[in-house]
Design a protein around this ligand. Sequence first.
Ligand code: TUI
Length: 319
Amino acid sequence: MINTRITELLGIEYPIIQGGMAWVATHELAAAVSEAGGLGIIAAGNAPGEYVRDEIRKLREKTDKPFGVNIMLMSPYAEDIVDIICDERVPVVTTGAGNPGRFIDRFKKLGIKVIPVVPTVSLAKRLEKLGVDAVIVEGTEAGGHIGELTTMAVVPQVRDAVKLPVIAAGGIGDSRGLVAAFALGADGVQIGTRFVCSTEAKVHEKYKEEIVKAKDRDAIVTGRSTGHPVRVLKNKLTREYLEIEKSGASSEALEGLGTGKLRLAVVDGDVENGSVMAGQIAGLVCDIKSCKDIIQDLFNGTEDVLNRLSSLKGGEDNE
Ligand code: TUI
């Protein structure tokens, strides 16, 4: 058990929250992460409200630990998802791919904790004024829809700009990354790609294998020209997409090419024609293990990392 502002805020044992990954973050994965002492998250993605309600109820059959729901703010169903989260009294909400400002008051009135993903200092400051409970500061190393700044650069800048608890995300996959995030000023971490390769994730085995096989430069960015860049593993789809993007295709044409492609990879296991979203840390993930082992290994490994760091200690007492 570890104590930080995030474990206190959320009532969890370890300061780890699971990424709100569309199609991947189902009630099975979320329940496993919550049972292991982190904060499991059900991703609403582009799903309709009633699907999300069903997922919330199924999670509650598996665990009575705290959990959250992630709202993907570009979803056409975002408003419905907000209604259902309020109706079901979900304890925590994370948001992504936009500014959740218009929903914050409703959540606050019901005591629902709100933790948005922010890619910049300015959005963190704006949302602090609106009363959010913490921020997830996500660097461009992350998978899926991304901002421009790296975790290394943006986390300490947000740390200095707000008083809120900070959760670092993007590029964190082992104890070294965990300690680094805390060194940058974080109070907790959000982990995505590492949890995709868990036994409990209801993700096609081929998707998990692609991440296990991935090397350092395999997670690339498509869609920069559309204003909605997405980090995915290289495959036939990304080669086609990047070619069309280079030839100056419209945002509509490019977005059309992406429709339904995440489901194709995650559910059907078509990892050549589907969208295999993953972060840069995919190159470090080399096995599939339980969420409990992932979390335990992350924290058990910190002692070695901290021992190594003690050689950096300055001051007169250091020999
Ligand atoms: O949201 C994510 N990652 C995602 S969402 C997603 S679903 C999708 N599927 C197909 C195509 C595109 C998306 C897949 N991955 N991460 C959190 C995140 N939020 N990253 C960046 C942001 C963000 C960006 C801009 C948050 C706020 C923001 O604000 C802009 C504004 O309006 O101020």
